[in-house]
Design a protein around this ligand. Structure first.
Ligand code: BGC
Length: 373
């Protein structure tokens, strides 16, 4: 009789293990999460990588984290490696949103769920969810900042503006550019804003690899060709901080004027925050990647438990930050990818302390913000 009870208890325990998924998130059977980041050379991905690693490890998962040097083939190899190592979940920030179709077909074949992190991965039905910030809003905030700083609705103008956008291989880049351009378009059409270079198409203003040196060279050419006669530049609208850094350098060395040019950015990279403190860059759109990592963790945990998360994940998780569940904006050419979109914030010299330091994301060292991770 006792033996029978013991056998029953054992069967019960086995069934319970099977129901909760094989292996647990702790101990020797820990599930593995593969995290593929694009590069260490663009500051934010270092922060994303370490926040994500910290979050998943904190819940007892094993983590394999790769950075692929902004090299597309390297990232494909890195993801192949993660699949070969039998990770249970993939979190990927793609270098080129269109180059992962084949390797992600392998992930799907191996039943590994894929979270497209920050950048949407295109042309694959292997992506289960997308976690990012509201990318269109990032650009919109930059455009609105310029509109308000120049008081475009009341000032006589005209003002001169040049655009610098991101990497065409990054699906986000078009959203950022369009978000900004849509706000400024009416003023360009009415002539209150003028683009002396005439470069107003995304393809003309894009920056390969979001590279600082590429942005700087293009801007030096623009300044040489359209501003060397003393034409005043009022605004350099840059989609992010790595490009803003190059544009700021070009202005420092090659711009003849002495006015303070309004320069926008995105991310809160340390070099750019220093420029904001020093008055060389005007604003950045900050995205708290620590929160993006938290959202990714809770989504990942739900996927690993076999759930099909939806808007409920937001209320269930009790996050301390705002997030929208979006099922209409992001189509990766195989259909809409359900998205969790966090909310970006404008940071200027006036609110660095409140938004970045008081919140704990940065500390002030010798007057300049330093990221805390
Ligand atoms: C990210 C930005 C970043 C850019 C370059 C984009 O996909 O959303 O935050 O500035 O890549 O790293």
């Amino acid at each position: 009789m006792k033996k029978k009870l013991l056998a029953l208890a054992l069967v019960g325990a086995m069934v319970a293990t099977m129901l909760t998924g094989c292996g647990s998130a702790s101990g020797s059977g820990a599930k593995k999460v593969g995290i593929a980041m694009p590069t260490k050379s663009l500051e934010r991905w270092n922060r994303d990588g370490s926040y994500l690693e910290e979050q998943f490890k904190g819940k007892g998962y094993e983590v394999q984290l790769t950075f692929s040097d902004n090299n597309i083939n390297q990232q494909v190899k890195d993801i192949e490696g993660l699949i070969a190592d039998e990770v249970d979940l993939l979190v990927i920030a793609a270098i080129d949103g269109e180059s992962l179709t084949q390797v992600l077909a392998d992930a799907k074949e191996a039943n590994i769920p894929v979270i497209s992190y920050d950048r949407l991965i295109m042309n694959t039905d292997a992506v289960s969810y997308y976690v990012s910030f509201d990318n269109y809003t990032v650009g919109k905030l930059q455009g609105e900042f310029v509109r308000d700083a120049l008081d475009l609705d009341n000032a006589a103008g005209p003002f001169n503006i040049e655009f610098t956008a991101g990497d065409p291989a990054d699906n986000n880049a078009g959203f950022f550019f369009n978000g900004a351009y849509d706000v400024l378009r009416p003023y360009i059409e009415s002539g209150k804003l003028v683009v002396p270079s005439g470069q107003t198409e995304f393809a003309q203003v894009a920056t390969e690899s979001w590279n600082t040196a590429n942005a700087m060279e293009r801007f030096q050419n623009i300044l040489g060709s359209y501003y060397s006669d003393g034409t005043q530049l009022d605004v350099a609208l840059c989609s992010n901080d790595s490009t803003a850094l190059g544009v700021t350098q070009a202005i420092a060395t090659d711009y003849a004027g002495s006015n303070a040019v309004i320069i926008t950015g995105q991310d809160g990279d340390e070099a750019n925050l220093a420029n904001i403190v020093d008055g060389k860059q005007t604003m950045t759109v900050y995205k708290a990647v620590a929160n993006e990592a938290v959202a990714t963790l809770d989504l990942g945990v739900a996927l690993l438990s076999g759930e099909k998360p939806n808007a409920d994940l937001i209320s269930k998780s009790g996050w301390s930050f705002d997030c929208a569940y979006d099922t209409s904006s992001y189509d990766n050419n195989t259909g809409i990818i359900p998205s969790y979109l966090l909310v970006p914030t404008v940071v200027t010299k006036d609110n660095i302390q409140k938004e970045l330091v008081d919140t704990g994301y940065y500390t002030m060292e010798n007057g300049y913000p330093k990221a805390t991770n």
